[in-house]
Design a protein around this ligand. Sequence first.
Ligand SMILES: Nc1ncnc2c1ncn2[C@@H]1O[C@H](COP(=O)(O)OP(=O)(O)OP(=O)(O)O)[C@@H](O)[C@H]1O
Length: 800
Amino acid sequence: MGSIDGIMELKAYDVEDTIFVAVGKNVEKSKTTLFWAVQSFAGKKICVLHVQQSDNAVSLTDPKLAVTKPKQDMFRAFHELEKEKMHDVLNQYCLILALEGVRTDKVWIEMDNIEKGIVELIARYNIRWLVMGAAADKYYSEKLEGIKSKKAMFVHQHAPISCHIWFVCKGCLIYTSTNENRDGRKDSLEAEVGLPLLLLNSESEVKQAEHLTLGSYKQTHSSLDDDDWEEIEGFNFHCAVHSSQSSNIVLRTSKMVPFQTDKEEKNRGLTTENTCYILEQAILDAKDSKQKAFEEAVKRWKEEDDAMEAKCKAKALENLCVKEMSLRKEMEGVLAREKEEIERTKDQCDEFMKELQVVQEQKSALESHLAESNRNVKDLEEKIISAVELLISYKERRDAARREYENAIREANRLKKLAKVEATSFCRSEILEFSFMEINEATQQLDPSWRIGEGRYGNVYKGILRHVHVAIKMLPSYGYQSQLDFQNGVEVLCRVRHPHLVTLIGTCLESRSLVYEYVRNGSLEDYLECKNKRLPLPWKSRIHVATEICSALIFLHSNKPCIIHGNLKPSKILLDANSVSKLNDFGISYLISRGERVGDTIPVSNKSNPNLTSAYADPEYLETGMLTPESDVYSFGIILLRLLTGRPVAGLVKDVKCALEKENLGAVLDCCSGEWPVGQAELLAKLALNCCENNRLNRPDLVSEIWSVLEPLRASCTDSGPCTGSKDLHCIPSHFVCPIFQEVMKDPQIAADGFTYDAEAIRGWLKSGHNTSPMTNLKLAHCNLLPNHALHQAIQEWRQ
Ligand SMILES: Nc1ncnc2c1ncn2[C@@H]1O[C@H](COP(=O)(O)OP(=O)(O)OP(=O)(O)O)[C@@H](O)[C@H]1O
């Protein structure tokens, strides 16, 4: 059961006096039914009764709608709309009826079933008078006599007999349900209509008269059709509704129905005709106005219905719109999230693409690297194969080398034994090494006043090293690259000892300097140039010098390995206190250049060799850069020419040649050297020119051709008596000269090495910490000195 709206207020006496009009959802039908009720029951209270099927019932009875929750909700929403709509409609009905002056009430009730609901309501509230639709308007016709609607049929059959029901269709009464005809009997129209009239007007007489008048009128005016009569009846009912106004009409009508006398029959007939005419006109007017009013009302209702429907639709649309908006917002949110997600995915995709590109690049790089590696592997395999082959061949060679090595070892051992034997016979010279501090001290910190010469290879200082007068040659730092090579070179030169070679005493590896014995009388150049007021050398001394230098060259060239001086000139020939000549700077080119020896020739860089610009230099060497023993022969020839002539080098060969050719050698001979014996001078000149041959192969051999000439010449000079000039010095017997001081000894003492030294010199040597021989460099057996009385005596005698 549903809720009841309004009916609870109705009281029992109200029910007696109230006409209930059952209305449904069909507004058109309901209006015509209501309109009929209003017209038919003027002055009565009308209660509009609407029974609606509850939503619960519908949802339960319709399994399709009950399937899902959203569908149920949707149905409920529509049901609510329907309810609202019906409420509005009922309110409208009530308003219209109130305007018509009818007292109204309304009842809203929800039931499981409409027809059952109506029946139940009738029973529950003892409803006495009910108007309801008989059929839909579309079924209406003049011939329609029974109830068509199933609901109406149900109510007709099941309603309590106390309830009187009028079934109406399209504003016309179709059937009346009374307690008499509930079993199916049908009464006449007059009987049906009469009951409400009786009910509605307590003044039954008036009603009766009115009813009779209408019946008689109907009979007399058989020309009027049924519709007209209906309208007349309607008009009558209308008058009844508007009771205050209609009372006049009723009264007037009542006046028209008096019980007449026979006398007045004729007049009365006329009056009746007039009245009928007026009535007919009134009916037509009423019909017309009624029709118009009805059309107007229908039109208005239609518009109102349309408006209501539009309102409902608008509301539904509004709800839908709100829902749509929220849905849209939701969708927009989802869309935005989706969009963000897509953007993120897109970014990730871009990053992946980039990474993919990098990976692809790396892949291609790796592939090319791999291909290269494969190629390298192939190459390496080939190399390994060739290396293995090489290894096999090297193994064979190694075996051969091993055999050679073993032979060489045997040979070396044999040579070692030989060398030991030789070492005992030779004066072994071990290099003396000095520290730079010693060199510095010896030269007074390289004092310029202690400098005695300035060569292209560096400055030469005199100094006293370990009590011995020495000449220190400071070599440039260039030359041999390694210290070891320099040391080895110096060692070779140190071992070379000859009376006409300046002795190389030692070296300072730190400063790359060479320490020579000091030769105090200057160079041949000084004598030839008469520097420092030196007297020119006599021709015999010159022959001595030439012979001595020749012997020194023979010694150097015969050395193993051959030592080529390479820079032979008068400044390299030093004279000691006894005018004994000594060749200086021999083998220096080995310490400066890096040339590899090829037999007896040494390739020496033209640039590094100072002799390059020298007039004493071998022209062939200048051309080829190859230093040969013959290069020294060429330089020796120039020196010979200088000794003969005393002239400068430039044009010397040419001049001497000319002089010889002209047999006028005397013209070019140095007159300061005394009177040269012509024959000997010519011999020397020819020898010298021979040495100066451009082609080295045409130059004379040192031993067989030069020494063989010079030695007899020197011998003849010695035999012919002491030489002039420095004769005192030159005639000192060499064994009178101290090997250390190079002077005639004052107090000769014999050392453990068997050599005789001046007492002062040898004691200084020993005091400075030496325990080796100054001559042999071998360790002295003891430091005791033994006076050489015999020599002392001889020197005394010689002095006297
Ligand atoms: N052991 C020595 N004893 C005494 N004086 C020496 C000694 N060695 C060199 N001198 C002096 O030093 C001078 C320079 O000699 P050095 O050999 O250095 O140069 P150079 O012969 O004049 O020219 P260069 O070597 O450049 O061709 C010599 O002329 C000589 O006077």
